[in-house]
Design a protein around this ligand. Structure first.
Ligand SMILES: [Zn+2]
Length: 141
């Protein structure tokens, strides 16, 4: 049988709050219904799959659990961070502003080391609103 490369994707959704400190609009605490499309490129194996969607879901589940109904906050945003911590709210602390670009990067960096060998490329597309996306791609293997 001939080996060929294919790209699969699966979409994961969560609700999350954030703010971009100093931004005239996005500096206000607010939230989004986020979605992330996880794209995996690699050789199609003898079972006809690049990777079992169920195995991908199992890897994504704890990551999405960290994000869902949390408030993503930049470690540099002391005002918001202190308020969230003092009140015991669910928080995702990041070493950078919680933009869609950085969330795509965070997901890609968390997921990539857990993926099975043989895959070629991981792309994470984060959809923060109905009209905007941010994409982060890492080479695998
Ligand atoms: Zn926002």
């Amino acid at each position: 049988m001939s080996m060929f490369v294919s790209e699969i994707s699966k979409t994961f959704r969560w609700e999350m709050g954030h703010r971009l400190a100093g931004h005239p609009l996005c500096g206000n605490p607010h939230g989004h219904s986020y979605a992330a499309d996880i794209h995996l490129k690699g050789p199609v194996q003898d079972n006809g799959m690049v990777m079992d969607y169920g195995d991908l879901s199992a890897l994504m589940k704890p990551l999405v659990a960290q994000l869902d109904h949390a408030f993503a906050v930049d470690q540099a945003d002391a005002l918001m961070g202190e308020f969230l911590r003092e009140n015991g709210f669910r928080i995702l602390e990041l070493p950078y502003p919680p933009t869609a670009e950085n969330l795509a990067r965070w997901l890609a960096e968390a997921l990539a080391p857990q993926l099975p060998s043989g895959l070629v490329q991981l792309t994470v597309v984060v959809r923060e609103t109905a009209h905007t996306t941010a994409q982060h791609t890492v080479a695998l293997g």
